[in-house]
Design a protein around this ligand. Structure first.
Ligand SMILES: [Mn+2]
Length: 310
């Protein structure tokens, strides 16, 4: 009790009620870039009360920072807030993504109470098991998802490795991560099928690992939906959509959308206009009509035991 007095006083958040849940997943904060909505994120974190907080990748944008240093006080406040949560008893688990790939070197380490893992399994209050991963591994493979379904898992895993190696080399050369999702953003029709293919590819891997569902990020598109027998959850991002995935005390999952709450604030506070207009030229329609045939299930690999590559 008394030690709380030694913390820097935090402004009381007015209006929004305290969010008390069992688990929270957030990803794609992209701290270190002007796009990060650090104010909204900080407001969200300040009213948060949870047992476990998963940071599902692209938390600190190391690739952007290497090109030009951008680190305002607000971004510092977010990091401080995350560390404070860990110190105050919230279990904080960091699953690095492609933009903070530097952290993948520190897997199995612990920084100020923050566990770093490649990926992990989260068990919901009702016993369902979710695989937690950033999802970038599936970015480069989705274009091949159809033919890969025919050649099977060996080629599939090989392609996952190639995608990671390809982007590691690009990183070493100082080139940004090559994201199919970004490439397709200007091409709406293809982007729609991209999102669908990404979701299919992630769900396929979850099924292969024998879990009930998956939580990922990476494509900045929050979603909870069933893909065949797998629950696909994406926690969205804090650049465009300001969303988090939460698990209530009874195991129920929900997407919290703070872009709605933000609107009145935007009207009051002067906000620097975004450098780019709308980065995502969507709105994406809700679940896309399924592909003609589902090649994913046609391989007969469903339910095969999980081999966790490390
Ligand atoms: Mn990413």
């Amino acid at each position: 009790m008394h030690d709380a007095a030694h913390e820097t006083p935090e402004p009381a958040t007015t209006g929004s009620p305290r969010l008390s849940v069992r688990t929270v997943w957030i990803s794609d904060l992209h701290l270190g870039t002007p796009g990060c909505q650090a104010r909204a994120l900080l407001d969200f974190l300040r009213e948060l009360d949870c047992d476990t907080l998963y940071l599902v990748g692209d938390i600190i944008d190391g690739w952007q920072l290497r090109r030009s240093w951008y680190w305002p006080q607000l971004h510092n406040d977010v990091v401080q807030k995350l560390l404070r949560l860990a110190r105050k008893g919230t279990r904080v688990v960091f699953v690095p993504g492609n933009h903070d790939e530097f952290a993948r070197k520190y897997v199995a380490h612990n920084f100020g109470g923050v566990e770093v893992v490649d990926d992990c399994i989260h068990e919901l209050a009702d016993g369902r098991r979710l695989w937690v991963t950033h999802g970038d591994l599936f970015d480069g493979v989705v274009q091949c998802a159809r033919w890969l379904a025919y050649v099977g898992d060996v080629a599939y895993e090989f392609t996952l490795k190639v995608n990671r190696r390809f982007n590691q080399v690009r990183a070493r050369l100082g080139l940004p991560y090559w994201s199919l999702s970004r490439y397709l953003k200007g091409k709406v029709k293809r982007a729609v099928s991209y999102v669908s293919d990404f979701e299919q590819a992630v769900a396929r891997e979850a099924r292969r690992r024998g879990v009930d569902g998956v939580v990922c990020g990476h494509i900045h598109h929050a979603e909870i939906r069933r893909i065949d027998d797998v629950l696909y959850c994406n926690d969205g991002d804090w650049v465009e959509s300001l969303t988090a995935l939460v698990e209530h005390r009874d195991g129920r999952l929900e997407i919290v959308d703070r872009s709605r709450d933000r609107r009145p604030v935007v009207a009051v506070a002067p906000v620097r206009p975004a450098t780019e207009p709308a980065t995502l030229p969507l709105p994406l329609p809700a679940p896309i009509a399924p592909l003609a045939a589902d090649p994913v299930t046609s391989t007969g690999m469903a339910g095969s035991p999980a081999a966790t590559p490390r």
